[in-house]
Design a protein around this ligand. Structure first.
Ligand SMILES: [Zn+2]
Length: 304
């Protein structure tokens, strides 16, 4: 027998690794299908297992099993929903007076769809209880609509910044301007006003929410110069780290203030609030604050 060396040996190793991966995938699909059996209504359990695998690229078995359990919880919650067809998709709601959501299906194999509910926007499963309600009731008879040219990918990568705007498909977004609210606002409103019908329901919901948040951040930024002027008139000024926290809140619209105990988080926050209301409460400055060294005190962090 002649031992294989060099490229031939590498090719054999690659072949073996591919075979091993295929076997693992087959076993994962079989296990997930067995777990989902009789829990997905009219929708085939094996189709849901394939969807979960597709929604967890690079995920191991434990991650995929957790993702399956999460989707099955949506199927269980879907039992209380009413579903009605409408132009371009469906309406799903709990009762007559509850807010309706607009799930839409674009493909059954692979499973592709969208919904404008908060859960769909955040869960990274590509499925919510509204879509599950449609699938559980109608299975493969569910109406499939033509997908818009610009879509949003609900599956968030396991690493990276996780900016939702980077996952808009069908158009080129080289830079979502995460650190520049003014340019990002222009980008978001351009998408929102573009005459594309029908718009992906998830993308429409995200754009509307983001436009509101950015408008809020920009309004706070405009307020910053007058705030800085009025801070000078306070009887007892803010310490530099408190001032930095107030400025960063007004610049970003959101802040996790991590100063240590006793360093005046309440005072920073109340100054921000009173300035936002346009009152003069901050200048009265009556809150008790012990003087401390500002060394290493401010751990303010802006959050998006
Ligand atoms: Zn939904």
């Amino acid at each position: 027998m002649i031992a294989k060396t060099g490229p031939a040996q590498d090719a054999e190793k690659r072949h073996e690794a591919a075979e091993r991966e295929e076997t693992e995938l087959r076993e994962t699909l079989a296990t997930l299908t067995a777990l989902a059996e009789e829990r997905t209504g009219a929708f085939p359990a094996d189709a849901l297992a394939r969807h979960v695998v597709a929604a967890t690229p690079d995920g191991d078995f434990n991650l995929r099993r957790a993702a399956l359990e999460a989707t099955l919880r949506r199927f269980a919650a879907a039992e209380e929903l009413r579903v009605a067809p409408r132009r371009g998709g469906y309406l799903a709601r709990r009762g007559r007076t509850a807010r309706p959501y607009a799930p839409v299906l674009w493909s059954l194999e692979p499973l592709k769809g969208s919904c404008d509910c908060r859960d769909f926007l955040r869960n990274s499963l590509g499925l919510c209880k509204h879509l599950a309600a449609v699938l559980a009731r109608l299975g493969t008879r569910a109406k499939v609509s033509k997908a818009p040219t610009v879509l949003w990918d609900p599956v968030r990568p396991l690493d990276g910044p996780g900016d939702w705007l980077e996952r808009v498909l069908g158009t080129r977004i080289r830079n979502a301007h995460a650190q520049d609210p003014a340019r990002r606002f222009v980008l978001v409103t351009r998408f929102l006003r573009a005459p594309r019908t029908p718009l992906d329901p998830a993308l429409r919901a995200l754009l509307s929410r983001e436009a509101g948040l950015l408008a809020h951040r920009l309004a706070l930024r405009k307020f910053l110069p007058s705030l800085l002027r009025s801070l000078k008139s306070m009887k007892r000024g803010l310490y530099p780290y408190q001032r930095e926290g107030v400025e960063r809140f007004l610049a970003t619209g959101a802040l996790l203030l991590g100063d240590d105990m006793g360093l005046g988080k309440t005072r920073s926050t109340s100054t921000t609030s009173s300035r936002r209301r346009g009152s003069r409460a901050g200048s009265r400055d009556s809150s008790p604050t012990r003087r401390r060294s500002s060394r290493g005190s401010s751990t303010a962090r802006a959050t998006r």
